[in-house]
Design a protein around this ligand. Structure first.
Ligand code: PMP
Length: 357
């Protein structure tokens, strides 16, 4: 071994879902929105030219920050933007989780949390979800170095009521509590209303799901102006220009089109509710998801087998080969047509191989 080997920061990276090269697939594996971004984004794109690219973008991304602040009903000093919520979350881990005490998050959750904690040498404890795949708020009462959980949780889709979120906050007033609301727009209630009472709360959201802009990489945090200042100090110590000019302009256009946002999220909610009925009929069970995906298991067919059969057919879903969830598939909600093709294939496959109706 070379001497320098021992000084390398070796990490086990997060593994993102597959982005297949083929275009003739039904892509239900990375929780993207099947609908295009707002037509206002297309219009803003048409009006853009290359001239501003010569210059550095606004390091404060004010146009985007202000559009988000208006949409969320908060002051612009309470908004921090980043390159997807992954960037925002990474900055949050770096800025706020610096205690020798462990941070707490669920055992089954967004699989980036333990990667950031490991990389940044943050001690952590994972609190097991109960058998219904729900967070038990009491697990988060003991002393800790910070708390983070998604609501709804991923990949389960299970939603905590605001009373439970508040209960966790009430028991954790000496640390920073981060609620990752990547999927909140598909049927949950945002906890931003609790910001007035809990100055240690940070709410994280993204344009990747309910605003159909995963490819633009826009995420944000809402918190007290004081916490946002701390976040910005770390960001400016890392990279002043995280948000590119195109993302700033197109993100602002998306944030301003509230009507389109409502329309697409309601379409996805309706398709998801129908998917619950269809998949139940086919012998699947799942936690009651309030996200844009269902986390399903079949009474007779192993998830790994179904995953492979679906992929063979050009239908991509997500499979996590991990303890407790290795017999589950996470199925993103697509358009009605895409979902119909999924049900049709499953009907055929389960009928032929398992005699299911
Ligand atoms: N949080 C959760 C719970 C997620 O599932 C995702 C999507 N992978 C993210 C954050 C990050 O999304 P993005 O960086 O696209 O905003």
């Amino acid at each position: 071994m070379k001497i320098w080997e021992s000084n390398i920061r070796k990490v086990t990276p997060y593994v993102p879902g597959e982005q297949p090269k083929r275009t003739d697939v039904i892509k239900l594996n990375t929780n993207e929105n099947p609908y295009p971004p707002s037509p206002k984004v297309a219009e803003a794109l048409r009006q853009m030219n290359t001239e501003p690219m010569r210059k550095y973008p606004d390091p404060e991304a004010r146009m985007l920050v202000e559009a988000i602040a208006r949409e969320e009903g908060v002051a612009s000093e309470q908004v921090f933007v980043g390159v997807g919520s992954d960037d925002v979350l990474a900055m949050i881990f770096m800025t706020f989780f610096n205690s020798p005490k462990p941070i707490f998050f669920p055992d089954i959750t967004y699989s980036f949390y333990d990667v950031w904690a490991d990389m940044l040498r943050i001690p952590y404890e994972q609190k097991p979800l109960n058998d219904a795949f729900e967070i038990e708020s009491g697990d988060y009462y003991p002393e800790n170095g910070g708390v983070i959980f998604p609501n709804p949780n991923a990949p389960t889709g299970a939603l905590l009521g605001l009373d439970v979120v508040e209960d966790i906050l009430a028991h954790n007033q000496d640390v920073i509590v981060v609620v990752d609301e990547a999927y909140i727009d598909f049927g949950g209630m945002t906890c931003t209303g609790l910001l007035e009472r809990y100055e240690n709360l940070i709410v994280v959201k993204t344009f990747s799901k309910s605003r159909s802009m995963a490819g633009m990489r826009i995420g944000y945090a809402i918190a007290s102006a004081e916490l946002i200042r701390y976040l910005n100090d770390v960001k400016y110590s890392f990279n002043s220009y995280t948000m590119n000019q195109t993302a700033i302009v197109l993100g602002a256009a998306a944030a301003e089109d509230h009507a389109y946002f409502e329309e697409t999220r309601q379409k996805i909610i309706a398709t998801r509710e129908n998917a619950k009925t269809e998949l139940r009929k086919l012998g699947f069970s799942f936690a009651d998801s309030m996200a844009n995906f269902l986390f399903v298991t079949h009474e007779r067919v192993p998830a790994a087998e179904l995953f492979a059969a679906l992929k063979e057919q050009g239908i991509y879903v997500r499979y996590f080969n991990k303890p407790r969830i290795d017999n589950y598939l996470r199925v993103t909600i697509g358009t009605d047509e895409e979902m119909e093709r999924l049900y049709a294939f499953l009907r055929e496959y389960l009928g032929e191989n398992y005699g299911v109706l």
